[in-house]
Design a protein around this ligand. Structure first.
Ligand code: GAF
Length: 377
C-alpha cells in the first residue's frame, strides 16, 4: 500500500488544532528591539484539520480562499516559491525541514475567523496552528517558545517579513483570562490576569478596514532604523537604553532616528507601568497609558494613519478610558478600554465619526482574553 492510499484509507492520524489572533495592549514595535510586550489572544482563531501524508505532497485548503486546493511538493518548497495565503502553512513546513526535522506532506484544511489584513495576526495564527499540528503529529516535542520561534522564522525567511516574535508568542503562549507579559530578549513570560468583566470594563476592538500589510517595506525600514540607532549608541538593542539616559542618547543621534528611539524607550516603560497597574488590580489605570502609547506611535514612530487616529479620538471623546492603534500600524485595528455600559455608545460614536469623515464603516467587537494554540478535543 502506498502512502497516499493509506491516507485515503483514513489510516493516518488526524486532528484539529486552533491558534488565535491577538491584540496587543501595549508594547508596539518593541519586540525587534529586545523589549517588552503585553498581548492578549483573541477568541478569533485559525483552525486546522491536519492529516499527515507520506507522498511528499502538501495539500492546502482554506475555507476563506477561492480557487480550491493548493497542492505543493514539499521537496520543492523554497522562499518565494508560494504566493497568497498558502505561503503561510507552506512556510512552516519548509522551516521545519530547514531546521532539520524529518517532516513531509499533509492534508491541511484551514478555517479561520481572524480578520485578515486587520493587524490582528491572522497570518501568525495560520503559521502557529500548522506548527502546533506538525509538532503533535510528528511528536517533535517543541515547547511554546520553540514553536513561536519556528513560526517567526517561517515569516522572516519564507514569507519575507522581518517581524519580531510578539505575534507568534501571543498565538502560542497566551492563556485564557490573561495578558502575556513577555520579555522578547529571552522570551521570559508571565501570565497577567486581565479580569475585564470583574472590573466592569470591556476591550473594544475597532477594525478600521484600512488594509495593513507589513510586507511593503516600511516595517523593515523602521526596524533597520532602530538597529542603526542601537549600533550608533553602542548598544546591543534599544531595550538597553534606560529612560534616564534617553535625552543624552538622543543628542548623539541624527535627527531622523531620534523619534524612533524616543518611542521605543518610552513604550518599554509604558509596558512596565501597565503591568504594575494590572498587578495592583487597577485595570482602569491602563486607559491613559494606551492613549499615550497612541500619541507616541502617531507623532514619533509615525505608523498611524488618519483612520486609526480618528478611531482613537472618537473613542476617547465618547468616554473610552483610553485607546490606541494595535499591531504594526499603517492601518489595521484600534483598541479602546471602555466601561462595560459604554461599549455600545463608544462603538457607535466611532462608526458615526467614520461615516462623517466619508470612511467605510469599521468593524467593531468586544475582545475577551482567550487561550493560545491547542489541539481541540
Ligand atoms: C507586527 C509584527 F509582526 C510584530 O512582530 C510587532 O513588531 C508588531 O508589528 C508591532 O509591535 O505585528
Amino acid at each position: 500500500m502506498t502512502g497516499s492510499q493509506s491516507v485515503r484509507d483514513g489510516a493516518a492520524p488526524e486532528g484539529i488544532w486552533a491558534a488565535p489572533g491577538r491584540v496587543n495592549l501595549i508594547g508596539e514595535h518593541t519586540d525587534y528591539n529586545d523589549g517588552f510586550v503585553l498581548p492578549v489572544a483573541l477568541p478569533h482563531a485559525a483552525r486546522a484539520t491536519v492529516r499527515l501524508r507520506t507522498d511528499g505532497v502538501l495539500r492546502l485548503v482554506s475555507e476563506q480562499a477561492e480557487g480550491g486546493a493548493v497542492e505543493l511538493a514539499v521537496a520543492d518548497l523554497a522562499p518565494g516559491s508560494v504566493d497568497g495565503w498558502a505561503k503561510y502553512p507552506a512556510a512552516v513546513v519548509w522551516t521545519l525541514r530547514a531546521a532539520g526535522y524529518d517532516v513531509g506532506g499533509a492534508d491541511v484544511h484551514i478555517d479561520s475567523d481572524v480578520p485578515t489584513g486587520a493587524g490582528l495576526s491572522s497570518s501568525a495564527a495560520i503559521e502557529c496552528v500548522v506548527a502546533a499540528a506538525y509538532n503533535d503529529l510528528h511528536g517533535l516535542g517543541l515547547d511554546g517558545p520553540a514553536l513561536a520561534r519556528l513560526a517567526q522564522r517561517a515569516e522572516n525567511e519564507f514569507v519575507g517579513v522581518p517581524c519580531g516574535i510578539m505575534d507568534q508568542m501571543a498565538s502560542v503562549c497566551c492563556a485564557e483570562g490573561n495578558a502575556l507579559f513577555l520579555d522578547t530578549r529571552d522570551l521570559a513570560q508571565r501570565q497577567v490576569p486581565l479580569d475585564l468583566a470583574g472590573a466592569g470594563l470591556r476591550l473594544l476592538v475597532v477594525d478600521t478596514r484600512v488594509k495593513h500589510d507589513l510586507a511593503d517595506g516600511a516595517y523593515a525600514e523602521l526596524r533597520a532604523g532602530c538597529e542603526r540607532a542601537a549600533a550608533l549608541l553602542g548598544l546591543a538593542a534599544l531595550r538597553d537604553l534606560a529612560p534616564a539616559a534617553l535625552d543624552t542618547a538622543l543628542a548623539e543621534l541624527p535627527d531622523e532616528l531620534r523619534p524612533l528611539v524616543r518611542h521605543v524607550v518610552t513604550e518599554d516603560a509604558r509596558v512596565e507601568q501597565a503591568v504594575a497597574l494590572l498587578d495592583a488590580g487597577d485595570l482602569a489605570g491602563l486607559g491613559p497609558i494606551l492613549t499615550a502609547g497612541h500619541a507616541s506611535l502617531r507623532d514619533d514612530y509615525r505608523v498611524s494613519c488618519p483612520e486609526t487616529d480618528l478611531a482613537v479620538e472618537a473613542a476617547v471623546a465618547a468616554g473610552a478610558l483610553g485607546a490606541r492603534m494595535t499591531g504594526g500600524g499603517f492601518g489595521g485595528s484600534v483598541i479602546a478600554l471602555v466601561d462595560a455600559e459604554a461599549l455600545d455608545t463608544v462603538a457607535e460614536a466611532v462608526t458615526a465619526a467614520f461615516t462623517a469623515a466619508g470612511y467605510a464603516a469599521p468593524r467593531t467587537f468586544a475582545a475577551t482574553p482567550a487561550a493560545g494554540a491547542r489541539r481541540l478535543p
